[in-house]
Ligand binder design. Structure first.
Ligand code: IVH
Length: 706
């Protein structure tokens, strides 16, 4: 860092640094295309800090050093907005939207209107005042007329321009937008807060609002806030287009982030199509939105329409259905899954949430019930986001005469004992295949698309066939052809559909070892694990042999060290099953238990006798370029989905897992990758960007082709 010899040289250097840092910031936060390394940025930043500390007059309001926050204040002074910050009328269905469009068209006297269509960001509003292009004040919305001065806090928002990028900025302009906290950074923030013994935020909106209203702006500076521009208030000394869509492009030119989903649409149909498209996209957006905003695009029409109270007649928010609501928990039932796991299911007073009526919701397991302190009779918060299963999130209010939720001692389906292993959250029915619920779920799994893939034998058919006594165990599926007549008598079945079903059952006999292992439904053995086991052992016999050996060895080790778990673990770690990637003591035990249970062995024999077969997996001659390598995918990729990337990596032999550890070979970090990338960097794991991933795939594809 060269010391500047004269104040004049210092001033010039400081201006140069401020300009360069702002450019790098813009490239990083707005274009998402960093132009320098973090280290280089830090070096330039420190040089500027040093200059400003030597010459305090150089620390101007738009200096990038102002982003780190200022000493705390006692409260926020009130400030009037130059033009009021209006609110928006809301609507919740297509009819109300149609009504809005009709009134607007009639008000203007036209047949069709063009609208500027935007996402409605779920954060907290901010008004920014720029004079001669420099940010001079930032205020909360307040009551719409007067807000609170939170300039020091706003300055810490990294993507918010401290100076507009314009040759001739307006003398004065108010920029409106929403401060949000991206979903990908929310969990990370909460983890950090909890680690510091502070309270976590309930949702990203509260996190954004809470962070922005910190009296100590140095705290705000540590929060990953983002400013999304959506409008312009008063402007002096510049003539802007009267099209709101055009004004948003102007915001982008001045250096603001605007939503990539902004569009100009025509008529009611344009609005409803836009709404549908956004509703479908909603779940995958990193910035939470709670609806869409439609604003009449052209200025003269807006002037014609004017305002009612404090909301314009030319704009409306079409809200998404609420994803959370409260209702009463009437009772709890226990569902039995494929592996016997008992899941408490809440029976609710029906409510409309997330766009559907919900009367059942998951309570996950008894640990969750205890942690959330949920009792029958409570008012509870129910959440249904996107297509996910509705869940009881928390207690809203303790009910009167509530009743504890208790785990049954006997399985509600088969009456077998329920066991709960110390330290495990999950309670299980011990009935195994005696239990009709476990049998039914095991059959569903067996026939499912990722297992034996029997077309025409879906969950609904299996439930019916089990109820009618046509199916008890997987091998019965292959005996269905002997029941052609019974099938033909069933409602909805004709010659053709029965022939199709029997045909797909025949076809399913020709399978692969990995599908077969997965279809067996061994606890803890998912698709990836089934593939690893198939590749490692090559044949079912070899796997069964090793599982039995493991079981035997475990019995011996128990005898040798009945009181020393560490010694047992050490002895077992060297055993064959644990040599398979991803198989630890727990999984090995599940595999060993499965293959030593006589009924399971019987089912396998029956299936093979029925003609189920697969080619042997050649463990020697099919070396795979990425075998033994573990890859974690995080963030979003542009040219392919994460699933596709995963499949292509697996096709080359890699294991794709979800958590980063020292053993991970690569972390592929796409857009908005968060804590996983950070962890990889901390652990020294190679991080690849999308281009790096494509290069890796290409290189090995070429190698395979050779
Ligand atoms: S326009 C006259 N556009 O929603 C128009 N508001 O009551 C005034 N909001 O708290 C607002 N996304 O902060 C507008 N694309 C968007 C928006 C948006 C979120 C918030 C705004 C205010 C509320 C409107």
């Amino acid at each position: 860092m060269a010391a500047q010899s004269t104040p004049q040289a210092a001033r010039e250097r400081a201006a140069e640094l401020a300009r360069v840092l702002a450019e790098h910031s813009r490239a990083y936060y707005i274009e998402a295309e960093p132009t320098v390394s973090d280290a280089e940025y830090d070096r330039l930043f420190r040089e500027l800090e040093q200059l400003e500390s030597d010459y305090p007059a150089l620390a101007t309001a738009d200096s990038p050093t102002q982003r780190v926050g200022a000493p705390p204040v006692d409260d926020f002074p009130s400030v009037d907005h130059a033009t009021p910050m209006l609110s928006l009328a809301n609507c919740f269905d297509d009819e109300e939207l149609a009504e809005f469009d009709r009134r607007a068209r009639e008000g203007v006297g036209v047949d069709e209107l063009a609208y500027c269509a935007e996402p409605k960001f779920d954060g907290t509003a901010l008004n920014l005042r720029y004079e001669a292009g420099v940010l001079v004040r930032a205020t909360t919305r307040g009551d719409g007329v007067t807000g609170e001065d939170i300039t020091a806090n706003a300055r810490t928002i990294r993507n918010l321009p401290l100076r507009l990028t314009a040759e001739n900025p307006p003398d004065f302009v108010e920029i409106r937008g929403e401060v949000v906290l991206p979903r990908s950074r929310f969990e990370e923030l909460n983890e950090r807060l909890e680690a510091d013994g502070q309270k976590a935020f309930v949702n990203p909106r509260n996190a954004a609002a809470g962070s922005l209203r910190q009296l100590d702006s140095r705290i705000t500076a540590t929060r990953p806030l983002v400013f999304m521009g959506y409008g312009i208030g008063r402007v002096d000394g510049a003539s802007l287009t009267d099209s709101l869509y055009g004004q948003l492009q102007q915001l982008a030119d001045w250096g603001f982030i605007i939503s990539p989903y902004i569009d100009r649409v025509t008529g009611l149909a344009g609005c409803t199509d836009y709404y549908q498209a956004m509703a479908e996209r909603r779940a995958e957006l990193d910035i939470e939105i709670d609806g869409c905003v439609f604003k009449v695009d052209d200025g003269p029409s807006r002037d014609e329409l004017g305002f009612v109270a404090r909301a314009p007649r030319w704009a409306i928010a079409r809200k998404f259905p609420a994803e959370e609501t409260t209702t009463t928990l009437n009772s709890v039932e226990f569902q039995v899954g494929r592996t016997g796991a008992l899941t408490p299911v809440a029976k609710l007073e029906p409510v409309f949430v997330g766009g559907v009526t919900v009367s059942n919701a998951s309570l996950h397991n008894m640990d969750e019930v205890a942690r959330k302190d949920i009792r029958i009779g409570d008012r509870v918060v129910v959440r249904r986001a996107g297509d996910v299963i509705p869940e009881v999130k928390e207690v809203a209010e303790r009910g009167q005469n509530t009743q504890a939720i208790e785990l049954p001692e006997a399985c509600p389906v088969c009456g077998s004992a329920v066991e709960r292993i110390e330290g495990e959250a999950i309670a299980r029915c011990t009935g195994g295949l005696v239990c009709a619920a476990q049998r039914r779920e095991a059959l569903k799994h067996f026939a499912s698309r990722t297992a034996l893939d029997i077309e025409g034998l879906g969950d609904r058919q299996i439930e019916a066939f089990v109820a009618e006594g046509l199916l008890h165990s997987p091998a019965d599926i292959f005996a269905l052809k002997a029941h052609r007549d019974a099938l033909l008598e069933r409602e909805g079945y004709g010659e053709k559909s029965v022939a199709n079903l029997l045909g797909s059952i025949e076809a399913a006999k020709d399978t692969t070892l990995e599908r077969f292992i997965f279809a067996l439904g061994i606890r803890e053995v998912g698709q990836t694990m089934a593939r690893d086991l198939a590749r490692h052992f090559g044949s079912l016999e070899a796997l069964q042999h090793e599982a039995k050996a493991y079981h035997q060895r475990l019995a011996d080790v128990w005898e040798q060290h009945p009181d020393n778990k560490a010694a047992r673990d050490r002895a077992m770690a060297a055993e064959g099953l644990q040599a398979v990637p991803g198989v630890g003591a727990r999984v090995a035990q599940c595999i060993a238990d499965f293959f030593t249970e006589p009924r399971n062995v019987e089912v396998i024999e029956e299936l093979i006798a029925a003609g189920v077969h697969w080619p042997t997996v050649d463990t020697e001659t099919t070396p795979q370029p990425l075998s033994g390598q573990t890859v974690v995918l995080t963030g979003s990729l542009e040219s392919l989905t994460r699933e596709e990337a995963g499949e292509r990596l697996e096709a080359l032999g890699a294991r794709v897992t979800s958590s980063v550890s020292k053993k991970t070979d690569y972390v592929v970090a796409g857009e908005r990758a968060g804590s996983k990338r950070d962890k990889a960097e901390k652990l020294g794991v190679t991080v690849l960007d999308e281009a790096g991933l494509l290069a890796l795939l290409e290189q090995h594809r070429a190698a395979v082709a050779d």
